[in-house]
Design a binder for this molecule. Sequence first.
Ligand code: NAP
Length: 275
Amino acid sequence: MPGLNPVIVITGATGAIGSATAALLARRQARLLLLSRPSDRLDALVARLDRDNRVSSVEVDLSSLASVRAAARQIARTVPHVDVLLNVAAMYTPEYEKSDDGFELMLATNHLGPFLLTNLLRDRLAGAGRVITVSAPSSTRVDFDQLLSKEQFRALRTFGATKAASLMFTFELARRAKRWDVRAYAFHPGLVRSDLMREAPRPIQYLTRLVSRPPDRAAEDLADLATSPAFASTTGWFFKGGRRIDPPKSTLDASSQGELWRRSAELVELGDVGF
Ligand SMILES: NC(=O)c1ccc[n+]([C@@H]2O[C@H](COP(=O)([O-])OP(=O)(O)OC[C@H]3O[C@@H](n4cnc5c(N)ncnc54)[C@H](OP(=O)(O)O)[C@@H]3O)[C@@H](O)[C@H]2O)c1
């Protein structure tokens, strides 16, 4: 269970939900490692939150396997234990783009990068660590052949599939990570005002702006999930706010979860490390 100054690693720390959560956790005396691509935003965030040398940044491009490996090494050098890994980062792009490693960019950033990072931090998380992956109740089918094909690219479907993949990853992780005494949860923040879908079709932008809320509430719920002893004995749950919710049925098939894990491990060349 996270102690007095829990060590918390946050990806997407510069985003709407990530930065609001980081601010809350900093106020609660957590030792924070904020992960994002290098930017003035990241520097300003660290400067704003770091009152007692407890907040630092780790630069990472989650779409690049080499960058994720470098970030994991830096984290391992910096802290002996990670109490909580918050996988918050994600991106949406309307056009097909390739990552440095040749994968479609949303697949690389939203699923493969966090998958690799989580696995590389296994030994730091071992012993009561928590992995919380921010996702959404997506029932889009996850078909790797489709996701890897430029010809079959459809932006919203690909984005939805990466969110469903985050759920399936969490449920498989929950089973595998028991051996290391690590828990895994998925978290749905509800609709939150952010720039995430700034390049989505206009009706979606309009609708999300209309019904979304500031990130404060989601950040509070996420910070609670990260640090509250109340969740210490649970794993493999999907939360919306502080409440457990049912994930889409399509994400619950254990053999599909296992297959997703196997394909992901192959693509990131995980080898013998990881959960
Ligand atoms: N907003 C919503 O309504 C909503 C609803 C359901 C689920 N979610 C989920 O909540 C999470 C956070 O969303 P948000 O609304 O806070 O989005 P956001 O404000 O757009 O933040 C996205 C974050 O991801 C980071 N990121 C993007 N590409 C990256 C890359 N290649 N490498 C490293 N970091 C990268 C960005 O950092 P830099 O660009 O600074 O590197 C930024 O910090 C996402 O997983 C999203 O799917 C959001």
